[in-house]
Write a protein that binds this ligand. Structure first.
Ligand SMILES: Nc1ncnc2c1ncn2[C@@H]1O[C@H](COP(=O)(O)OP(=O)(O)OP(=O)(O)O)[C@@H](O)[C@H]1O
Ligand SMILES: [Mg+2]
Length: 474
């Protein structure tokens, strides 16, 4: 049985959304019914609370429009009973003008939003669509997480794209063994997350998972952290210290950024990988450990071997089982799910309600190339949660590098008197500034990207007065 068939929930967006309207005024029911049916919703009407509850007791809906001022039991009185029955059903309250106090109560009682009579059709439709989209996305993420947790014991890993599902299957298959695993993938694709999942899905899960950034630590320090040292091994070795190989004994040692490790360290690591034996710095006794090695890199190790920057023997030692994390741009169907997951996560962290993405914002996310992969998406969503003043994230709340294509609109918004020539110049300025920033202000790289001579880029930078923050850092 393939994972794809059972994991991917049916695309909820494809089905007609079902709406229930509970309102005692026939004219309101009728006008909402006409408007919403024309817009393609499947509408059910109820004239009072009792009938509404009866319908809700045996039917499922995607959204409820509930009148606040129903005769007898009011909408606010009904709300707790409705949410008890259908905790995930979004409810939009319909209120008369000037009932702000009641609305606050309603929102506290769990209503998603409210509309005031007389309403603006466009806004009502946008609110309904956004509430339904948010709830469907949430439901999909919850369902996906449940399945991933059940099947693989994965916590907080999201993905339903074909390459990720294949990867999950492989992880589940290889995790229980003691084989060394090499995880390759661009920065921010989730290598560390997968390394943890491997540990979590192995019999070693109750022992330590120790992560070491082998590329960032200077060689001598790395050596003493990995192997430990005896007292007096070097000037500052006042006490003996265990190495991380020992700390990880029985568990998993995650050697991160292995591609940039010095040649000297590569030779030392190779020895331990061969026989799981090593000596403390300054020590004389061999120590035997039982450690599972998972290594990760965002540089192409095969190329590094060819270039003479990485030992071939170590490469083969590490590359027993190799996992490749695809860049986010090659699995765009995961973008909405990941976005939803992060919106919820950061809303929780900030003790606010999770906002939803407007259709335009979602389009921006889907069209973007994501050079920083999942981490970049995560950062964008965290920023969105913090900046959002309503429950909808619109493109203007996304980082500017994502919205390169909407420059013209924003320029015209801010400078209504600008001529087309001014707008074009402003767009050119922003595109160049964005690219320079992404190239760490390396103009040669930017000129290559734009496929123009460096001298032309230089002239443009001067003419357009592009602000240069840092020049050719490297
Ligand atoms: N499939 C995923 N589901 C949920 N969160 C993810 C997923 N992939 C990555 N993330 C999140 O994105 C961030 C980056 O992931 P991680 O640190 O594992 O990437 P990495 O490949 O190790 O990056 P780098 O090469 O820069 O170290 C983390 O916060 C991680 O939790
Ligand atoms: Mg990492």
């Amino acid at each position: 049985m393939s994972a794809t068939a059972t994991l991917a929930p049916p695309s909820a967006a494809a089905t007609t959304a079902r709406l229930l309207i509970i309102d005692d005024e026939p004219s309101i029911r009728e006008s909402l019914d006409t408007l919403l049916t024309l817009e393609g919703f499947d509408v059910t009407l109820a004239p009072d609370g009792a009938k509404g509850l009866d319908i809700l007791s045996h039917d499922e809906f995607d959204l409820l429009l509930l009148d606040l001022a129903l005769p007898g039991e009011s909408g606010i009185d009904l709300l707790p009973r409705i949410t008890a029955m259908h905790p995930n059903l979004p409810v939009i309250m319909i209120t008369a003008f000037g009932t702000v106090g009641n609305v606050v109560d309603a929102v506290r009682a769990g209503a998603e939003n409210f509309i005031q009579k007389p309403w603006d059709n466009e806004k009502l439709l946008a609110d309904i669509r956004s509430a339904i989209a948010r709830h469907r996305a949430e439901a999909e993420v919850i369902q996906l997480k449940r399945v991933l947790k059940q099947r693989y014991n994965f916590e907080n890993i999201i993905g339903k794209s074909e390459p990720m599902l294949r990867l999950f299957d492989t992880v589940a298959q290889v995790a229980p063994s003691r084989s060394t695993i090499l995880i390759q993938g661009e920065s921010g694709t989730g290598k560390e997350l997968i390394a943890k999942a491997i540990h979590q899905n192995s019999p070693r899960r109750d022992r330590a998972f120790v992560a070491v950034n082998t590329g960032a630590i200077p060689s001598d320090l790395l050596e003493s952290s990995l192997f430990g040292h005896v007292k007096g091994a070097f000037t500052s070795a006042i006490n003996a210290k265990k190495g991380l190989f020992e700390v990880a004994n029985g568990g998993t040692l995650f050697l991160d950024e292995i591609g940039t490790m010095s040649m000297d360290m590569q030779a030392k690591i190779l020895r331990v990988l061969q026989d799981r034996r090593f000596m403390h710095l300054g020590g004389t006794q061999e120590i035997q450990v039982d450690v599972r090695i998972v290594a990760a890199t965002n540089v192409n190790l095969q190329q590094a071997v060819k270039d003479g920057r990485f030992r071939e023997d170590l490469f083969y030692r590490l590359n027993v089982i190799s996992l490749e994390l695809p860049p986010l741009r090659q699995r765009r169907e995961d973008v909405p799910l990941l976005a939803q997951h992060f919106l919820r996560f950061y809303a929780n962290e900030n003790s606010t309600e999770a906002p939803s993405l407007s259709p335009e914002a979602l389009r921006v996310l889907m069209d973007y190339e994501w050079p920083g992969n999942v981490r970049e998406l995560e950062n964008a969503m965290e920023r969105g949660v913090v900046l959002a003043t309503t429950r909808t994230i619109t493109p203007d709340l996304l980082p500017s590098q994502l919205t390169g294509t909407t420059y013209s609109a924003s320029v015209l918004d801010h400078r209504p008197d600008a001529s087309l020539f001014d707008v074009m110049e402003e767009i050119e300025r922003r595109i160049i500034a964005d690219r320079l920033e992404r190239c760490h202000w390396n103009q040669t790289e930017a000129a290559e990207y734009f496929k123009i001579p460096l001298s032309t880029l230089n002239q443009k930078i001067k003419r357009l007065n592009v602000e240069i923050k840092k020049r050719n850092r490297d």
